[in-house]
Design a protein around this ligand. Sequence first.
Ligand SMILES: C[S@@+](CC[C@H](N)C(=O)[O-])C[C@H]1O[C@@H](n2cnc3c(N)ncnc32)[C@H](O)[C@@H]1O
Length: 276
Amino acid sequence: MADKLNDLDGKEWVKSTKSWFVVNPQSRSRNQMTHPAKFPEEVVTRFVKYFTRSGGWVIDPFAGVASTMVACKRLARSSVGIELNPEFVEIGQSELKRASGFGSHHILAGDSMDIAAILETQFGEDVPEFDYLITSPPYYNMLRKSRGGNETVHKERGEMGLKQFYSGLPSDLGNIESYDDYLECVGQILDALFPYMANEAYLTVVVQNMRDEGNVFRPIAWDLARRLSDAYELRQEQVWCQDNKRLGCWGFPSTYVSNVHHHYCLILQKHVKDED
Ligand SMILES: C[S@@+](CC[C@H](N)C(=O)[O-])C[C@H]1O[C@@H](n2cnc3c(N)ncnc32)[C@H](O)[C@@H]1O
């Protein structure tokens, strides 16, 4: 029999396999509010409980303010996060300190395009073998585009003196102009992690499709699913729904523009056939 994937009983297992779920983000601390697009720890908890066992290693190459790592600490998994913006790294470190739990946790500052060098500088020859990856890359340059609901949220953040973008750094994937270059960068970062993932390890990549300027649709989730399938096998997706967001009256009365209140959680797996 194959090794057990997780520590869940049958009842919990079944619940976690439903292809959609609702998580409404809880209100955030002032510290966490600094980040323009943090995902809720509850989303990470759902997946980490399903895709790892206690004591497993988890990596997040776009760590933000360390939500993945805080959830891992509470669940007694160990974790590594890489984040470009040093301000988010600092907030992540203090969030991690405040969280109770177990495991070994490392939030590393740097550009994930150099992820192999970052891991090897930190761990030398003892880079952990990762049992699971969960991450949410920038949704292309969505934060820089003015569109419907996005604009409202941004205006409000601006009025409150909060950050509207991740950073002004050219290596920030949220600042890439070309859509194809953006997809390729995310692809290269996950490809570079392939040797560090355990065989049969799962990956969850949380993204959203986007309506770009000029009414151009960017199917980020579907394009990334295809690009990431160069190295990994695409298994399925889960849809994370939010039902506490305000509805905006976009496009009325002539054009279809939806209120996007869901994210795709792409589920991939490293599967090296020779090791069968
Ligand atoms: C969608 S956010 C992730 C938020 C995170 N899940 C959290 O809950 O805080 C994407 C993150 O990727 C970071 N980022 C952008 N380009 C990066 C790069 N080249 N290397 C590492 N991190 C990068 C951004 O600064 C941002 O914090």
